[in-house]
Structures are given as C-alpha cells and as structure tokens.
Design a binder for this molecule. Structure first.
Ligand code: SAM
Length: 214
C-alpha cells in the first residue's frame, strides 16, 4: 500500500478509538460474559414482567453463606427462583459445593449445565438428572405472593430437598408457608437492591443462623 493510500483512510482520534474499544468490550461482555463477571448480581437486568427483584449484595452473601453452612461439606444446594444466591455462591468460588439454578428466565442459561429451566406451573417437570431428595438444602423465592404460586413451588421444594428448606417470600405468606412447608419466620430480614412495597422475610424449618441475628 502506498503512502497516498494511507492518507485516504479516515483516522480516528485516540479518544474515539478508546471509546470504540470500550463499546465493543461491553457488547462482548453482554453477549458472552466471561470470567468472574458473569456471576455479578445484576449482570442480568431485572425484568419486572417476570417479578424479578434482586437481593442486595449483603443479603445474597448472607443467604449464600447460610446455605453453605446448612448444606455441609461437599453439599448440594438448589436455588429455586433465587438466581442471586446461585450467582453469589459461584462468585465465592465454592467449587466444593454442588449448586443448581432452577429458573424460568432463559437468560440464566449462560450458566450451562447448572441451569435448569423451571416453571412453577409444572412443579415436577424437571430433567431426569435431578433426582428426588437429592439436595441438602433448597432455597426458594417464588415469583408471586399468591397461595397458588407458593403451593406449586412447595411441591418442587419438597421433591428436591432431603429436609432443609430456606424460603424467602412476603411476610403475608407466613401462615401458608407454615402450613405447606412447616417453616417459621426468621429474625433476619432480606433486603433488595430496590425498595419493595411488600415486607419480605425468610423462613426455615431447621436451626438456622438467620434466626439468631437481626
Ligand atoms: C421475586 S424474584 C426472586 C429473586 C431473588 N430475590 C433473587 O435476587 O435471586 C422471583 C424469581 O422467579 C422467577 N420466575 C418468574 N416467573 C417464573 C415462573 N413461571 N416459574 C418459576 N420462576 C419464575 C423470576 O425470574 C425471578 O428470578
């Protein structure tokens, strides 16, 4: 190529080039997030049509560490409609823990084999590799504050768990949750990245750290 050809090529300023590179990097991350970034809470934006309200970082961490403590060494944890807890567990590099994310939103399929498509309307419609009572603990946060949604989600929870249950849902569901799952309200109060209109609480059916501190 001659010098005169070079002069014909439009040149970008270093600022424009840097901005363009940043734009391409962001695009790449959104379509194929790699490394630890893919476990950041919020990397998948809330879709309110799907009743998605992500936990605050502190709450996700508290629930993840509680799940690890309850599951024990090399434990198995099922996160049912609670993707932030799954993300936090993986961000903590707990490779000794086996964890699955049961989610309706297929954007979470970026997590590969650990993602299980799940619709609470078909509570037992799960893949064969998910054996009954194969999880040490199930942590669930049903999408809707209705008796029907909690009843159907409870079928899934009871199918998956060996015993321990950590449910997060509205304070208004206390009686129904006790009836369906034998869980009781904890002192710990979960927080979200946004302020919600409904009071949220955690419920457990075992002796949990969430009940010992506020
Ligand atoms: C109230 S949010 C709980 C999320 C939790 N606070 C977190 O940060 O991980 C309800 C969850 O249910 C999921 N969901 C929506 N429709 C669903 C369906 N038909 N079956 C199962 N889960 C569903 C949403 O995608 C969302 O992750």
């Amino acid at each position: 190529m001659s010098d005169s050809d070079d002069e014909d090529i439009p040149q970008l300023s270093s600022h424009a080039l840097a901005a363009l590179q940043e734009f391409y990097a962001e695009q790449k991350q959104q379509s194929d997030p790699g490394g630890d970034d893919k476990y950041n809470i919020g990397i998948i934006e809330e879709n309110w049509q799907l009743s998605q309200f992500w936990y605050s970082q502190d709450t996700a961490l508290r629930l993840a560490t509680e799940a690890v403590a309850a599951a024990g060494e090399r434990g198995r944890i099922a996160c049912v409609s609670a993707p932030s807890v799954y993300q936090k567990l993986r961000a903590l590099h707990r490779e000794d823990i086996s964890v699955y994310i049961f989610e309706y939103d297929k954007r979470f399929a970026i997590y590969g084999e650990e993602y299980i498509f799940y619709d609470y309307n078909n509570p037992l419609d799960l893949p064969e590799k998910i054996a009954t009572h194969s999880f040490d603990i199930v942590i669930a946060d049903p999408p809707y504050l209705s008796k029907e949604c909690l009843r159907k989600t409870s079928e899934t929870i009871k199918y998956l768990t060996q015993g321990k249950i950590l449910l997060c849902t509205g304070a208004v569901m206390e009686e129904e949750a006790a009836k369906l799952l034998g869980v009781k309200m904890c002192k710990f109060i979960p927080k979200h990245t946004r302020t919600l209109g409904n009071e949220f609480r955690c419920y457990v059916n075992y002796d949990s750290g969430l009940d010992h501190e506020i």
